[in-house]
Design a binder for this molecule. Structure first.
Ligand code: SAM
Length: 285
């Protein structure tokens, strides 16, 4: 079969010689595959598409939000790499997007950048092993782990062999924390994940909000829950409150995604209600 794995559907990938599909439950929707569908990718199955279509019926601009989220990831990583932060821990990586992954952005600015990706979805694992390739002077690695157990990430041997945790690290958790409702203790998880990192480390977060359109977002959260995916929207203040003690939110503070340090060439911005997601970056003191 011709073409890269990016061009093939999951069903086609399963036919490629040497590609071993992991244990994937395609009967239930999964957040990574729904996000892939919003972004126009092919790594999704009927259950994902059905749930995603229900969400899009409640909030058609979620595709805008997903695109803005990925654009924020690229901007942030380029910015940090340009400031000399060349170690990244990208938790809740998502299904790879050709040329638009953390190591692509970082190594374009600082080829020596080293990236550890973490996700708990078997389909992300399958694609990550095959596709997350580093430039020769940097490194990429992948850890199959759940953010609910930070020590399974921090104590994983791959982390220690890829990153020097005595030097600043940028921890990225984009579009992830809204899958951790308050009873999953996201504040405690973030504190445990970041407590060992040295001063000068950074934390990049993005998160959906019901601040602009609470009725639609209540419906979206319910659709995800009915599909077996827990979730919670947070207000601007609730999002900011997730930042651990000892970290300061850097300029420009909590912003709607496209307004967080936009590229100079950006002149038009979508209505905040269409995006309904915040971004923030914090620095360890
Ligand atoms: C909406 S996608 C965001 C992808 C990427 N971070 C981005 O912003 O473009 C959320 C990702 O988080 C992953 N995820 C959800 N819950 C997780 C958990 N408990 N531990 C690790 N990853 C998780 C999903 O598998 C999915 O890949």
């Amino acid at each position: 079969m011709s073409g890269s794995a990016f061009d093939r559907t999951p069903e086609q990938n399963a036919l490629v010689e040497g590609w071993t599909p992991p244990e994937i439950d395609t009967s239930r929707a999964h957040s990574a595959r729904m996000y892939d569908y919003y972004l126009g990718g092919k790594t999704n199955f009927p259950a994902d598409r059905a749930a995603a279509e229900r969400v899009l019926a409640a909030f058609p601009s979620l595709r805008v939000s997903a695109r803005e989220n990925r654009a924020f990831l690229m901007r942030l990583v380029r910015l940090l790499a340009g400031q000399g932060i060349t170690q990244f821990l990208d938790i809740g990586t998502g299904i790879p997007i050709e040329g638009r992954n953390t190591h692509d952005a970082a190594q374009a600015v600082a080829p020596e950048s080293r990236v550890v990706y973490v996700d708990n979805d078997p389909i992300v694992l399958a694609h990550a092993r095959a596709l997350l390739t580093s430039g020769a002077s940097g490194a990429t690695a992948y850890i199959d782990a759940d953010v609910h157990t930070p020590e399974s990430i921090l104590d994983h041997p791959t982390l220690g062999t890829t990153l020097d945790v005595n030097r600043p690290v940028a921890v990225l958790m984009l579009a992830l924390l809204h899958f951790l409702p308050d009873d999953h203790k996201p504040t405690e998880i973030l504190a445990r994940l970041t407590e060992r990192l040295p001063s000068g480390s950074h934390l990049g977060l993005s998160h959906v909000t019901g601040d602009f359109d609470p009725v639609s977002w209540e419906s979206i959260v319910n659709t995800y829950r009915e599909s077996g995916i827990p979730g919670q929207v947070r207000s601007r203040a609730e999002f900011a409150a997730l930042v651990p003690d000892g970290w300061e939110i850097v300029d420009p503070g909590v912003e709607i995604l496209p307004h967080w340090r936009p590229d100079a060439s950006t002149t038009e911005f979508p209505d905040p209600a269409l995006v309904s997601a915040y971004a923030l970056v914090a620095r360890k003191l």
